[in-house]
Design a binder for this molecule. Structure first.
Ligand code: TPP
Ligand code: MG
Length: 799
């Protein structure tokens, strides 16, 4: 081990006795042997007979290059966990090294407990090999199927944010986090080093980053591996870490160095925590980290077909293929596997030899069985105040104004307060908690901050529970790590910029889908809740760049069973939806709600009913209830479309009093789907009852109009469905001009009705003329005065 700031001259370290060194190396060989076996073999697991083509899998799939390094780290963590009685989870950024984690979890005995058919014997070993990357078997990555994992690592970049998320409010937990040197080039990873500025050693656990400099990615060297030593060291120091270098390829030296480095790092962590817990938090400490420089594909074939393979990118995936067909490759594989001397590692019946087995920790100290990596088993329900207590009093629809997210902020404030003791609730966001009007939270907590704090700073403290960093990736990663380890959270974000984490959302949705449907031992975790506010229709300060409602379209691609989308039209519906989301499990809930003062429509009792069903006719706004036979259905989803629809109804009542209008509001977008497609989907009959089978439907929607067609294309009355929504028109203009630019305003909606209700063809000409004139008047007015016409600004629903 080379300590940061010391000379790079190697010291001969002797942390391990010869016996320990020998057995640690043997354990590592066993893990490496099992890893190669998983990638290549489907039979003859102990090589009891000479290797034949039929023992080898027909399709060779997986990643070897990162695997020996991951095995090396795992084995050493086992030692230090036992020696210091630690509580450690293992997070592998290069999760493509699945064989390593599966091998180690099997060696420590956990795997066979979770999957009894993969037993600790020769037959189990055969199943272990065969199932890997095999139809009906397990994925090649550290997937949800892998005990001990909270991080798939398929999409690179999120390991550190997951690791930090896992240790927040888990004072006894250490997350050992392997960062791939290629992965370290990604934006999300690069910014996540700064998570240490949000970690308070008094109340949080610790992350031990292990930067794995194996030098290469898939087909290139990595930037960090080729930086001069002092630049790399300075970089990590600049991020606030104290790096310890473990570098080389000679196993004996490397074992000694790694053992010493881990001892030092974990002692330093314990020292930092002791100091902070005894004396209180004073300043952000320098947390230790390890920089492990070891060859990619370490212990694998040095060359294949005359080409450099070990310590080069060629070892990234399967170092050589065509093993069944090419006898030289078959011999090479056998030689490689026998180089680990399996007969010294496993008994005749295929069990790890008892003296090696002793190296693994016991019970839940095994990293594969750490309950934090199956957070649902630790999950405690939140204490929730009665959301009805925060209700906005709405004497009649449209009688009062309110700011939906501000009201929600008061509810969240009390959720925060009531769970202070349990320390299992945090709110995340990229610098927008106050701007999104959730500022009431700051009455009971602060933003967490372990950097210096100036006397004039507001609401910053090392003890805060609001987590703000201007990195949507880091917020998302922290929250995922926090949820996956059994806690609760809430992410508020500008609607347009949540797209930055589209791909992370994908990965989390995939994780939930697999755990939800296929892995009974993974207990349900709290849902990931998004509040998307500062939405497309009210970007008064920002304009076009901030206008994008497309996250919903992205979300609905995912497995219906794990996603929910809510568009509450006012404060009371937002409260009801929020309460529901905080109680739910294993979903991703997307709530879209504005933060501006808007008319309030439903009192609390009506809001609860409306949200429970998710969609409904608003009788008080409709005039077809006598015979239930409307001329037109005016549907709306989202706060601004709801306002415009009601204003359009108001005009129509005035101009065409005998027109029978039915107003339908959708809170839960998924009700539009058929029940076969989504658990919330409305039955055919119910849908037809609400939307009729033959009347025109004018649907004013918050987002891109195509989505409503996508969700309803199989419905009887789809041919009569006409959707208005965002069509990529926008700039910095007045709120009403935004809807006008996208034909979603009340006047366009009125014209749509006139165009589509057959009996209005002639009669409606006057009404159309009226709305055209109002639209011209609108443009003239805003160009002249810079604000919306008084009839728009002062519009009010007539009681
Ligand atoms: C975000 C992302 N981009 C690209 C890939 C494709 N990919 C898989 S592995 C890999 C190289 C990873 O290199 P490194 O992090 O150094 O891992 P290791 O060398 O340990 O295999 C790449 C580019 C990916 N998985 N995720
Ligand atoms: Mg690498």
């Amino acid at each position: 081990m080379i300590k940061s700031n010391q000379s790079t001259k190697r010291e001969a370290l002797t942390t391990l006795s010869q016996k320990e060194l020998h057995s640690i190396n043997a354990y590592w060989r066993a893990a490496n042997y099992l890893s190669v076996g998983q990638i290549y073999l489907m039979d003859n697991p102990l090589l009891k007979e000479p290797l034949k083509p039929e023992h080898v899998k027909p399709r060779l799939l997986g990643h070897w290059g990162t695997t020996p390094g991951l095995n090396f780290i795992y084995v050493h963590l086992n030692r230090v966990i036992r020696q210091k009685n630690l509580n450690v989870i293992y997070i592998t950024g290069p999760g493509h090294g699945g064989p390593a984690i599966v091998a180690n979890v099997w060696l420590e005995g956990t795997y066979s407990e979770y999957y009894p058919n993969v037993s600790e014997d020769e037959n189990g070993m055969k199943n272990l090999f065969r199932q890997f990357s095999f139809p009906g078997g397990i994925p090649s990555h550290v997937a949800p199927e892998t005990p001990g994992s909270i991080h798939e690592g398929g999409e690179l970049g999120y390991c550190l944010s997951h690791a930090f998320g896992a240790v927040f409010d888990n004072p006894d937990l250490v997350a050992a986090c392997v960062v791939g040197d290629g992965e370290a080039e990604t934006g999300p990873l690069a910014t996540s080093w700064h998570s240490n500025k949000f970690l308070n050693p008094v109340r949080d656990g610790a992350v031990l980053p292990i930067l794995h400099l194996n030098g290469y990615k898939i087909a290139n060297p990595t930037l960090l591996a080729r930086l001069p030593h002092n630049e790399l060291e300075s970089l990590m120091q600049g991020y606030g870490y104290r790096p310890y270098f473990v570098e080389g390829s000679d196993p004996e030296m490397m074992h000694q160095d790694m053992a010493a480095a881990l001892d030092t790092c974990l002692d330093e962590i314990a020292g930092i925590q002791r100091e902070a817990r005894e004396n209180g938090f004073t300043e952000r400490p320098y947390w230790p980290m390890i920089i492990l420089r070891s060859p990619k594909g370490w212990t694998g074939p040095k060359e294949v077909d005359g080409k450099k393979t070990e310590d080069f990118w060629r070892s990234h995936q399967v170092p050589f293929a065509e093993v069944r067909e090419n006898p030289a490759h078959l011999r090479l594989l056998e030689k490689w596997m026998r180089s680990y001397r399996p007969d010294e590692l496993f008994t005749e019946s295929g069990t790890l030899k008892p003296e090696l087995k002793e190296l693994a920790p016991k019970g839940q100290k095994r990293m594969g069985d750490n309950p934090h990596a199956n957070g649902g088993v630790l999950l405690q329900a939140l204490h929730l105040p009665d959301y009805r207590d925060y209700a906005v009093s709405v004497p009649s629809p449209g009688a009062v104004e309110g700011e939906a997210t501000r009201v929600m902020g008061m509810f969240l404030r009390d959720v925060m307060k009531m769970n202070e003791q349990a320390s299992n609730f945090r709110v995340f966001g990229p610098d927008e908690t106050a701007s999104n009007r959730l500022g009431s939270l700051f009455e009971v907590t602060d933003r967490v901050w372990t950097e210096s704090i100036k006397p004039y700073d507001e609401h910053l403290s090392p003890n805060g529970r609001v987590m703000e960093i201007l990195s949507e990736h880091t917020c998302q990663g922290w929250l995922e790590g926090y949820l996956l380890t059994g806690r609760h959270g809430f992410f508020s974000c500008y609607e347009a910029f949540i797209h930055i984490i589209d791909s992370m959302f994908n990965q989390h949705a995939k994780w939930l889908k697999i755990t939800h449907y296929q892995i009974p031992w993974r207990r349900p975790i709290a849902s990931l809740n998004y509040l998307l506010t500062s939405h497309v229709w009210r970007q008064d300060h920002n304009g076009f760049s901030h206008q994008d409602p497309g996250f919903i379209d992205h979300v609905v691609n995912k497995k219906a069973g794990v996603i929910r989308v809510y568009l509450p039209p006012d404060a009371n519906t937002l409260l009801s939806v929020t309460d529901h989301c905080l109680r739910s499990r294993n979903y991703i809930n997307v709530i879209i709600a504005g933060k501006q003062p808007e008319w309030q429509w439903l009192d609390m009792e009506a809001a609860v009913k409306h949200c429970t069903i998710g969609i409904g006719i608003w009788e008080w706004a409709s005039n077809d209830s006598n015979d239930g036979d409307p001329d037109v259905v005016m549907a709306c989803a989202g706060d601004v479309p709801t306002l415009e629809t009601l204003a359009a109804v108001d005009i129509l009542r005035d101009k065409i009093p005998d027109l029978k209008i039915r107003v339908v509001n959708v809170v839960d977008l998924m009700t539009l789907l058929p029940p076969e497609e989504h658990p919330h989907g409305m039955k055919e009959r119910d849908f037809d009852d609400i939307f009729t089978t033959d009347k025109p439907i004018i649907f004013a929607y918050h987002g891109y109009p195509w989505l409503i067609h996508r969700l309803t294309y199989r419905r009887t009355n789809h041919n009569n469905l006409h959707v208005r929504g965002y069509k990529e028109e926008g700039t910095t203009s007045t709120p009403f001009d935004m809807v006008v630019m996208n034909d979603l305003d009340r006047f366009h909606l009125v014209a749509d009705v006139v165009d589509r209700v057959p009996r209005l063809r002639q009669k409606g000409a006057y009404v159309k003329k009226y709305v055209q004139e109002r639209l011209i008047a609108h443009k003239e007015y805003i160009y002249k005065y810079g604000e919306d016409m008084p009839e728009i600004r002062n519009w009010k629903w007539k009681q």
